[in-house]
Design a protein around this ligand. Structure first.
Ligand SMILES: CC(C)(COP(=O)(O)OP(=O)(O)OC[C@H]1O[C@@H](n2cnc3c(N)ncnc32)[C@H](O)[C@@H]1OP(=O)(O)O)[C@@H](O)C(=O)NCCC(=O)NCCS
Length: 216
């Protein structure tokens, strides 16, 4: 293993790679002195250089990070999950299986991400609804992103919303209210949603007779 800093209470699976400058089991501020939580990481992991994983998280098999990924404390992550370079996952987030979160994303505290969700680069997911309130923690609520949803580049997801199963959030969209299952959210604060199924049908039509995919 290269120059990896491993704090107490880290259980690292087998057949994995941990690159240079990685910190495993970083203690969190609120931890009482002497109390050690465990960071569990499953087999076949690939943790790339300068990633930091805090204490208390449970991470499944075939986990990978890009460079400089940050996973805060008490996060639950399933199997076959990949977290891109420069992405931060805040505490108490729950991530299912076969989830891909690309580079430079922020996933706010307590977000729930179900199986097979894909998140493109630069997506911001927030959980502080009213950051100016002195008691802002009381109204903090991470969004829920349901199974198979796709969030495109640079979208902003506001606290507490649900992105329905199989839905598609377009690039740059600002999602302020929940998106029904199987629908497309487009633009700033969309209220009306078209259906993913009709969109795919329309794309199929567009593709007909097009010799070069780049032309669609
Ligand atoms: C939703 C999306 C697929 C639409 O693409 P499209 O079907 O090719 O859209 P078109 O270019 O034909 O545009 C259709 C209309 O929607 C508008 N539009 C397209 N994308 C939009 C977006 N993201 N937000 C708001 N309006 C959008 C266009 O301006 C156009 O409006 P008009 O008819 O008034 O001129 C595309 O915006 C998108 O988000 N792609 C994903 C990109 C991504 O993040 N990839 C993964 C990372 S590598």
């Amino acid at each position: 293993m290269a120059t990896v800093r491993k704090y107490r209470g880290v259980s690292l699976g087998e057949h994995g790679t941990v690159e240079e400058g990685v910190l495993l089991g970083h203690q969190c501020r609120g931890e009482k002195e002497g109390k050690v939580s465990t960071l569990l990481i499953g087999d076949f992991h690939t943790i790339r250089s300068h990633s930091v994983l805090y204490t208390g998280s449970r991470i499944g098999e075939y986990f990978s990070t890009g460079h400089h990924a940050l996973i805060r404390e008490f996060v639950q992550i399933g199997n076959h999950v990949s977290i891109g370079s420069g992405t931060e996952i805040e505490q108490n987030t729950i991530i299912g299986n076969a989830v891909r979160i690309h580079s430079h994303c922020f996933v706010g505290e307590g977000t729930e991400i179900e199986d097979n969700v894909k998140i493109a680069p630069g997506v911001m997911i927030s959980s502080d609804r009213h950051p100016l309130l002195p008691e802002k923690k009381k109204v903090r609520k991470g969004p829920r992103i349901c199974m198979g949803a796709y969030i495109a580049m640079g979208a902003i997801i506001l606290p507490g919303v649900t992105i329905g199963e199989g839905s598609f959030v377009a690039a740059g969209c600002v999602v302020v209210r929940s998106v029904p299952a199987g629908s497309i959210a487009l633009g700033i604060a969309p209220k009306k949603f078209s259906r993913v199924a009709s969109y795919l049908k329309m794309l199929e039509e567009r593709l007909k007779g097009v010799p070069d995919f780049k032309e669609i």
